[in-house]
Write a protein that binds this ligand. Sequence first.
Ligand code: AMP
Length: 284
Amino acid sequence: MTLILRDKAALRTWRAGLGANTRVGFVPTMGALHDGHISLMAQAREAADVVIASIFVNPLQFGPNEDLSRYPRPIEADIAKLEVAGVDALFLPSVDDMYPPGASTFVDEEMVSLPLCGAERPGHFRGVATVVLKLFNLVQAQVAFFGQKDAQQCAVIERMVRDLDVPVEIRRGAIVREADGLALSSRNVYLSPEDRAAAPLIHQSLRAVEAAFEGGERDAAKLEQIGRNVLAQSDRIRVQYWDVRDPESLGAIASVGARGALLAVAAHLGTTRLIDNLLIGGRG
Ligand code: AMP
């Protein structure tokens, strides 16, 4: 049975009841759970004695014209999936419980959060870092799991944990995809049938650039153009960014060197914004 903890007080009571030697694994989410989320739960199950997930659609990380109000919230189906995944507890707080009126303290990471999605979504990573630090303080897990799907989010959280000495180990889980390559996302349900049919081009653009890299191309601008050209095959896809970046700092690079690169793309299909990425060269 997955125990449902509906506020901070219930979470604290539950946490205090665990033995001092209990290893707690934590998977924070916004719900509308899919196999990408569930793969993180499975990794937590392997790494920890007790697994806790959270579902919180965090208003602080949504911009004024973003999809906060229409974000999918299929909570009964989510709970059923957590039961099947063997998750021990679900933290399901309300907005009022998480953000008491007048809250005036926030976390700003000032390097890796700036480019890419940070440039397109002002305040987004401030919202993410603030809620994740609050969740870490509440849950007090030894290990927490984040998806490589949100590579920049992983980078921001790893920096925050390092810079602020947060006592938690961060692990990244690989991107889970549909058979046609589309990265699983809670936002995929918004796609019209026509946009869903075009969406796999995003992953195809990443693979085309990987192939060009493996064929010897190192020039970042040329690699970016190859990626954009693949997306230009559909007039339904409006590219926000298609960038070759340093895999750690996320800064711009002129060419791909020994460290490899992060290929990062964000695009709109209709009113839906999708992101995807691929690591090339380097360690990966
Ligand atoms: P979200 O509910 O979208 O905030 O995602 C919660 C966690 O699941 C984040 O760490 C995401 O990076 C991760 N995640 C989302 N989609 C995927 C995916 N397709 N594969 C792996 N992890 C994912």
